[in-house]
Write a protein that binds this ligand. Structure first.
Ligand code: FEO
Length: 395
């Protein structure tokens, strides 16, 4: 890890985690990730904004020592999650006079996770400022992006906003700023979809606060620095809106090809009607793919074989995950095959309570799909197309 200059006396200290495969044992990381701390040297005081993930602490401490700094006066903790706060104790050990600057809720959450001395706490208030001499930090509370205590900090003189998780991306990179815009947009969408999407209303409020600041640079604590803030702001404006795109996501699991045949028939009919369709096999599901599809799909179809009277466990997992993301989808359908009986639709419906959507009549078949099944699927495709056409008209 090396300090990389962003502006005079403002440096990125980025711990790239090139090889991390999963976050929270849940979120796949196809591009690795990074934990970004920032060092700001004012004429009177020096501060860190956030720290890094505990397995990167030794690397971080070595980088701090290499700067030759005699002291650090403040460590701003924007967020209590350990991928950013986890190295605070090591920083305090190195610089025992440093104060941890956090809001009251964040401080309590930090103390739940690590031994901290109350004497090291300096409370940040929403809109409050902290002078570093020729540089000034302003605190901007942005609760629930994605924990309740989250805040950002604005370096007024340089117009740099540090939003911690918000507006970030799981992307390890050697370049300070976005190097490959296409790769970045996919990584940022995956990150938004899996972490921020359930809080999209609060994300809209946080985004408004960021826009009011008119930052020249946004420096999040995962992924590259935004030298053109309008790019990520425009993406978030689109993703957090309540608008959906006419399109169908089908997530399925099939044991003896019957449900697969149903999915294929429905997909063909939907395509004939000009609707975009994304088909995702729930077995070995990449939660990021599902989450990204849910950001703006108007319609979700769960297609499942019946296992022990209920949905296939892979589809049940997809349903639980989708429900937790509280997606914008307006229409839901359930289709599938069973051997002798099924409660699959009722069981799935129970798992989908966060969906504020219209549910179509399920299409089920005993054994392999027959002419009657295909006719029912054709009718379902008609209903989905009609509902999407009405939605497009009302938009
Ligand atoms: Fe990157 Fe919520 O921590």
């Amino acid at each position: 890890m090396i300090p990389v200059k962003i502006k005079d006396n403002v440096f990125s200290l980025r711990a790239n985690d090139w090889d991390r495969k999963l976050f929270d044992e849940l979120v796949p990381l196809p591009d690795g990730t990074s934990y970004n701390a920032y060092l700001i040297k004012g004429s009177d005081k020096t501060t860190l904004v956030d720290t890094v993930y505990p397995p990167k602490t030794a690397e971080f401490v070595a980088a701090l020592k290499a700067t030759g700094l005699e002291t650090i006066d403040y460590v701003v903790a924007n967020h209590a999650e350990l991928d950013h706060a986890g190295s605070i104790p090591a920083v305090l050990e190195l610089f025992p006079k440093a104060k941890v600057v956090a809001n009251a809720r964040c401080w309590r959450m930090l103390c739940d996770q690590m031994p901290l001395d109350r004497g090291s706490f300096l409370e940040a208030k929403d809109g409050g400022e902290l002078s570093l001499g020729d540089k000034t930090l302003k605190f901007v509370f942005m609760p629930w992006v994605h924990w309740p205590e989250t805040m950002g900090v604005f370096l007024k003189e340089d117009r740099i906003f540090f939003p911690c998780d918000f507006l970030g991306a799981h992307l390890a990179a050697s370049e300070l700023t976005v190097a490959d815009e296409a790769q970045f947009e996919v990584a940022a969408k995956r990150y938004y979809a899996e972490i921020m999407a359930p809080y999209r209303v609060l994300c809209r409020s946080a985004l408004a606060r960021v826009e009011e600041l008119e930052p020249a640079i946004i420096a999040p604590s995962h992924g590259p620095v935004h030298a053109k803030p309008s790019v990520i702001i425009d993406l978030y404006r689109r993703w957090t809106s309540e608008e959906v795109k006419p399109g169908v996501m089908i997530v399925y699991a099939s044991m003896y090809h019957s449900t697969t045949a149903m999915v294929e028939r429905l997909t063909d009919r939907l395509m004939e009607k000009g609707l975009p369709v994304q088909v995702i096999n729930a077995v070995g599901l990449d939660s990021g793919v599902l989450s990204m599809a849910l950001v703006d799909a108007s319609t979700v179809v769960f297609a499942s074989s019946t296992v022990l009277t209920g949905p296939h466990p892979s589809v049940a997992y997809a349903a639980i995950l989708a429900n937790a993301l509280a997606p914008k989808a307006r229409f839901v359908a359930m289709i599938g095959s069973y051997g002798w009986g099924t409660t699959m639709p009722d069981s799935l419906r129970e798992m989908l309570r966060e969906f504020k959507a219209e549910f179509f009549e399920p299409v089920l078949t005993k054994g392999a799909p027959n002419a009657e099944t295909f006719a029912a699927l054709d009718a379902l495709a008609e209903s989905i197309a009609a509902a999407n056409a009405a939605l497009a008209k009302s938009a």
